[in-house]
Ligand binder design. Structure first.
Ligand SMILES: [Fe+2]
Length: 232
């Protein structure tokens, strides 16, 4: 479903019926400016400084990632925690704890993210426990066995032209007769300023390479997951 935030009813929407949700005009200019200001003060890590992630995503440029400060994390969490997300999360049995983890990302010319379905352990949140914004959680380096349920990406840049690339491609996957997985493009989503994309996990997707025509412009986003941890 693609909808403008003004016309969106988060009480009625169901991720079980419609696993990909695009909300346009979700973030105001002021909100984007607030996050942009915060991310400019952030400490960035580039892909080459994250060898485990780079191993999973080779030849994907050298995009940047940064931790969201506690103040902005609270603002972000309060805005994105929609009833339809809670409904989907609570539909899974035997939940011990709910988690969410989000980071800033900056993609420049040549950066991309190859096809994956967000279930991989190699780049998993278990290796970044400091990113966990769950209230009261022990931020130790111990891993926790959380399952990603909903992936989220929020676009923070003020401008994005059609020619600049960086589209989020979401696929439908079906097994062929030979048992091989066939992927078909289901959604091709330009990173529209102020939009919010949510989809259920697992789901194959990728980020197209940012085109040289983007020049010095950056594709700025907050990305992450809503997760569940289960008993037993
Ligand atoms: Fe992903």
């Amino acid at each position: 479903m693609r909808v403008r935030f003004k016309e969106f009813n988060p009480e009625k929407f169901s991720f079980h019926k419609d696993p990909v949700l695009v909300i346009e005009d979700f973030w105001s200019q002021e909100e984007r400016a607030l996050f942009q200001d915060a991310l400019q003060r952030s400490t960035w890590k580039c892909l080459t400084e994250m060898p485990e992630v780079k191993r999973v995503f080779p030849n994907c440029g050298n995009w940047l990632k940064a931790e969201i400060g506690p103040q902005e994390a609270t603002i972000f969490r309060n805005r994105v925690t929609l009833p339809c997300i809670a409904d989907f999360i609570e539909s899974f049995p035997n939940i011990k704890q709910r988690h969410m983890t989000f980071s800033y990302y900056s993609y420049g010319v040549g950066d991309c993210l190859s096809t994956h379905d967000d279930t991989g352990e190699d780049y998993s949140v278990e290796r970044q426990p400091h990113q966990d914004h769950t209230e009261g959680r022990d931020r130790s380096t111990q891993p926790f066995p959380a399952l990603r349920r909903i992936a989220l990406v929020a676009y923070l840049h003020h401008r994005w032209d059609h020619d600049w690339g960086g589209e989020l491609i979401i696929y439908n996957a079906r097994k062929g007769k030979d048992g091989k997985l066939n992927l078909e493009v289901a959604h091709c989503l330009e990173p529209k300023p102020g939009s919010l994309v949510l989809f259920t996990v697992p789901r194959y997707h990728r980020v197209c390479r940012v085109d040289p025509l983007a020049d010095s412009q950056k594709r700025l986003s907050i990305g992450g997951w809503f997760m569940t941890e289960h008993h037993g």
